[in-house]
Design a protein. Structure first.
Length: 154
């Protein structure tokens, strides 16, 4: 079972992917693909949506792999169960919000989340580079098809 912190991180990733996917619309598609978008219309929309779905799936899969490799859920559970020592040597449960060092725990949580987000950013950059190469390949294929079509009409 996921820790509360893991669930929060999963929610943040889901929202980030939703926002990213929603930010790419018709105008951006037309801007990227110009006349190809006009010429192929709904087929291009389907290809674009399939590409976004595949990219989201790859990011989520990469995120899960990172979480497993880094034992993120176990570490976050440990963080949730952290015991801190109060002045005078008395140990306090983290669950006691009045007595625990909330600031210290928050710093640790932020540090873990920042590390996970850095890895996700690196993976997203790699996937964006791959998507750019795929786009270039699609553009080249379309150009090749146009060239072939033009050679038949001569």
């Amino acid at each position: 079972m996921d820790s509360v912190l893991q669930q929060r991180l999963n929610t943040v990733l889901g929202k980030a992917l939703d926002v990213s996917g929603a930010s790419l619309g018709e105008e951006e598609l037309a801007e990227c693909f110009g006349s190809i978008k006009t010429q192929y219309g709904t087929r291009m929309d389907r290809l674009f949506n399939n590409m976004l779905d595949k990219m989201r799936s790859n990011i989520e899969s990469g995120y899960k792999d990172i979480c497993i490799r880094r034992e993120l859920d176990e570490r976050l559970l440990d963080l949730e169960n952290l015991e801190v020592e109060a002045p005078g040597g008395v140990e306090l449960e983290f669950a006691d919000p009045v007595l625990a060092s909330v600031e210290q725990v928050k710093r640790m949580e932020i540090n873990h989340l920042e590390n996970a987000m850095r890895e996700i950013d690196m993976e997203m950059k790699r996937l964006n580079e791959r998507a750019a190469k795929i786009k270039q390949g699609v553009l080249q294929e379309v150009q090749n098809a146009k060239d072939l079509q033009a050679s038949f009409s001569v």
